[in-house]
Design a binder for this molecule. Structure first.
Ligand SMILES: *[C@@H]1O[C@H](CO)[C@@H](O)[C@H](O)[C@H]1NC(C)=O
Length: 516
């Protein structure tokens, strides 16, 4: 490998020379596949209800005619459908809040396995609701599906961050979001009127959500539990070594074990932190605020508005209604492609840079969208420009804010408070998602073409706050990140100073320093 002239090259060389870092083993792929199936389910369930809306409403009406002999009023029908939509978010908030304690009690792997029961029962209820002529089954099915997905949005990012070697942790974290957007896109495509968005097949469309859960049920038994959970939460060093050996594909897992032990020592005084302790702890407050703001920046940045507006926008730009529905899935496709693009960037460019770049780009696009929306009657080509800027907005969303909030919370906290922190931020995400989904139609009515302005303002505020407070987490150990947030600049120095004791300890094999 000669004398590497710069860091970049040095890093590549060493990665090849010492394949111990971030080697992708078969078992790691299997574990990722099992976890990401859950993410896929989350995305699928999020998107699946939109396309067959009219068909399901007709089902509600005809069910009621069969039962009472009377048709539903438009208002009751709208309300009933809103309950079906919202029960998913309510379940999600419950599941999200439970996710942390759940992950600690059952473990990341067994916790996910048990969770498949919710997924399977939910899919069955929704599938059979049509035959049984029962919209109650549909509501309960969506509620259980929400609980399942709420747990997934907590369990999957924890599991992925804990099985990954440090130098691929970001990349694995993005796979959660890739699963989510792929699920969303597939649900949009299968929901086309030509495929399953029909009066005869909508229950099959909803019932297909059984597949990811069954996949998890089949694959997870062959995956190791998170080594970090085994060692730190359960104090099972032997099993932790075994799990690491399987995941990394080599026997000498001493460095990983040492790193976890250092983290464990540092956290001993704190022990397991429950949600209440987390909310009242001074030393963890900053990390918690950063996590919550990260999730708010995802939900309150305006992506919901883009989804909401996209088919109207496409129609304004001259597409007919049917084509507009199809073109809307183009937004989903852009998300998938961009998420794939960010996978290698996550550990090279870093989370901080990508997230801020994403927010900045969204800020600028949102201004351009407002300008083109409000002047579209004056300037003819602004219709098309709105569509283009909407897609640019989506590109920047996918660059960072789409995926990074999910993965960064697990990185900002050490083992003790990690689960509680995930619970709180996932809950915030679901509640914010529900809130903006509920509020936006009203905002649109009230503000018209200016309805993006609140998002523009919020994006600016999020950008400023995170520019000041968000630390870079790529290639840092969990313990270094925690110290950084607490304002202990020491951590930065330790990181850079190759002669410090701790560095020597950790870097007997040059891990931290090659990845700088
Ligand atoms: C329910 O179905 C009946 C009979 O087909 C129809 O007259 C009525 O308009 C429908 N109600 C709604 C809210 O669509």
């Amino acid at each position: 490998m000669g004398q590497p002239p710069n860091d970049e090259e040095k890093r590549d060389d060493i990665t090849i020379q010492v394949p111990t870092e971030g080697k992708v083993t078969g078992r790691l792929i299997l574990a990722v596949l099992a976890a990401v199936s859950g993410s896929f389910l989350f995305g699928y369930n999020t998107g699946v209800i939109n396309a067959p809306e009219e068909k399901i409403k007709a089902f509600l009406n005809s069910t009621n005619i069969d039962r009472d002999g009377e048709p539903l009023t438009v208002a009751t029908q709208t309300n009933l459908f809103a309950i079906i939509v919202a029960s998913f978010a309510i379940g999600g908030a419950v599941g999200g809040l439970a996710a942390g304690p759940w992950a600690d009690k059952f473990g990341r792997k067994n916790g996910s396995l048990i969770n498949t029961i919710f997924g399977i029962v939910s899919a069955a209820l929704m599938f059979f609701s049509k035959m049984a002529e029962s919209y109650e089954m549909l509501i309960v099915g969506r509620l259980l599906g929400g609980i399942c997905c709420g747990l997934i949005t907590g369990l999957t990012p924890i599991y992925l961050s804990e099985i990954a070697a440090q130098n691929i942790r970001g990349a694995l974290g993005v796979l959660h979001q890739l699963g989510v957007v792929s699920g969303l896109l597939l649900s949009q495509i299968l929901g086309f009127p030509e495929i399953m968005g029909t009066a005869d097949l909508w229950h099959v469309l909803l019932g297909l959500s059984v597949i990811p859960s069954v996949l998890q049920l089949l694959i997870f038994p062959f995956c190791p539990e998170s080594p970090r959970h085994l060692l730190i939460s359960k104090n099972e060093e032997f099993n932790a070594r075994k799990a690491l050996t399987i995941l990394r594909g080599y026997d000498n897992v001493e460095q990983d074990i040492q790193e976890m032990k250092i983290e464990n020592e540092a956290q001993k005084s704190e022990a397991q932190v429950n949600i209440w302790k987390l909310l009242t702890s001074k030393s963890l407050r900053m990390a918690l605020i950063i996590s919550v703001v990260m999730h708010l920046s995802q939900q309150f940045g305006g992506i919901t508005a883009i989804f909401y507006y996209s088919s109207t926008n496409f129609q304004d730009a001259g597409l007919d209604t049917n084509t507009a529905i199809h073109a809307t899935s183009g937004v989903g496709a852009v998300m998938v492609v961009m998420t794939i693009v960010t996978i290698p960037l996550m550990d090279k460019v870093g989370r901080r840079t990508l997230h801020l770049a994403g927010l900045g780009g969204m800020f600028v696009s949102s201004i351009l969208i407002t300008v083109t929306l409000s002047l579209k009657h004056q300037v003819e080509w602004f219709n098309v420009a709105t569509v283009v800027f909407s897609l640019v907005f989506v590109v920047f969303f996918a660059l960072g804010p789409g995926s990074i909030p999910w993965l960064i919370v697990a990185e900002l906290f050490s083992q003790g408070p990690r689960s509680a922190a995930i619970s709180v931020s996932v809950l915030v995400n679901w509640v914010a998602n529900f809130g903006v989904g509920y509020a936006f139609p009203h905002m649109k009515d009230g503000l018209g073409t200016f309805s993006f302005i609140p998002f523009t303002v919020l994006l600016l505020l999020f950008f400023i706050f995170l520019y000041i407070y968000l630390p870079e987490t790529k290639n840092r150990t969990f313990e270094e990140i925690t110290s950084l947030i607490r304002g202990e600049k020491k951590a930065e120095n330790i990181h850079k100073d190759k002669n410090s004791t701790r560095e020597n300890y950790l870097v007997s094999y040059q891990k931290t320093d090659i990845n700088q």
